[in-house]
Write a protein that binds this ligand. Structure first.
Ligand code: SAM
Length: 324
């Protein structure tokens, strides 16, 4: 079935409140899937919808694919498509659908995956779900659906590397990036995310865009940030008002939580009133004496009239070192 047939067959009506704009260009879907190493890797897809990108991911045979989808109806459609053989799950892939909000989801640990593997044909013991977790629906390799159950959380001692792929609603782009690249203990190695083109341009500082709190926060935790492709609005059903772009984030191996917290706190203070002078923003928000700030600016050869957006990440780090 092509995309229009799927939409018709399942009577899918896009819900605006859930940011449902379905990407219907197969070449672009392939490009997105090609931009991540998938084969024999653990992959998390956020907001699979009826599974357009999911199919491309599965064709590349991941070790495991976990989908997190908030819309019950989409979860039902995904299950139906799998049952009807319209989406094929490779034998070697552990496939899980989680119905719930990705902002409340904590990615799995490797021990959890091996636990699933070894227990697929056994009875599952039920335990209470973790905070914010909703039900898990797993298909075993014989295509049978396991009963709904709660997976027991295991310790964080064995952390499994994984990558995230997502065509997500525009309004949760920033919360998702912050959650996965700063807040979670188990952060992905790589994320490929479709977003509003303007946000992508700001992150990559394309056009006239200078530094922003978001671009600096992402640069802090990433080795590389690259634009994978542009996605003109006509490639979606329904078509949004604006174009999109797909960005790839490769995370740095090291993450110093304390330094990150300090960096985020101080840069965010610097951007409180982006049009105002950085010096005043820092003095007013962090209550640092103006004397210390004047001295530090002079030492770093920063103009006292400088705005937060004028400082690149290197200068920010030097400034933070000087004032803390
Ligand atoms: N990936 C599909 C595609 O490319 O056609 C659908 C993309 S659509 C832009 C976004 C999807 O994210 C929808 O299926 C929507 O229901 C889901 N979604 C919205 N908010 C979510 C959340 N907080 N957690 C998980 N999924 C969410």
């Amino acid at each position: 079935m092509d995309h229009k047939e799927i939409l018709r067959h399942y009577g899918i009506r896009a819900q605006k409140s859930l940011g449902q704009n379905f990407l219907v260009n197969d070449d672009i879907l392939e490009t997105i899937a090609d931009s991540v190493e998938i084969t024999w890797k653990d992959i998390l897809e956020i907001g699979p919808g009826y599974g357009a990108l999911t199919e491309k991911i599965l064709a590349r045979k991941p070790r495991s694919l976990t989908l997190v989808e908030l819309d019950k109806k989409m979860v039902y459609i995904l299950q139906s498509r799998i049952r009807e053989g319209d989406i094929i799950i490779p034998e070697e892939t552990i496939f899980t659908i989680i119905e719930g909000d990705v902002l409340k989801y904590t990615p799995w640990e490797s021990s959890e995956i091996s636990q699933k593997r070894s227990n697929l044909n056994e009875k599952w013991s039920h335990s209470s779900p973790g905070e914010g977790l909703s039900k898990w629906i797993v298909q075993n390799k014989y295509g049978e659906w396991e009963a709904e159950f709660w997976i027991q959380r295991t310790s964080f001692s064995e952390i499994s590397p994984y990558s995230v792929i997502a065509n997500i609603p525009y309004y949760i782009t920033s919360p998702i990036l912050f959650r996965f690249l700063h807040e979670l203990e188990n952060k992905p190695e790589e994320m490929v995310i479709l977003m509003q083109k303007e946000v992508g341009d700001k992150i990559c500082r394309k056009k006239w865009y200078n530094n922003s709190y978001l671009s600096l926060a992402l640069e802090f935790s990433c080795e590389t940030i690259e634009e994978v492709c542009l996605v003109p609005k006509e490639n979606f059903i329904p078509s949004p008002k604006i174009d999109s772009s797909v960005l790839s984030f490769k995370r740095k191996k090291e993450y110093d939580t304390l330094r990150a917290k300090q960096f985020l706190k101080i840069t965010s203070a610097g951007f409180t009133s982006p049009r105002k002078k950085l010096l005043s923003n820092l003095a007013n928000t962090l209550h640092i004496s103006k004397e210390v700030l004047h001295e530090s600016f002079e030492w770093l050869e920063l103009l006292e009239t400088a705005r937060a957006e004028e400082l690149g990440i290197g200068k920010w780090k030097e400034l933070i070192e000087k004032i803390t």
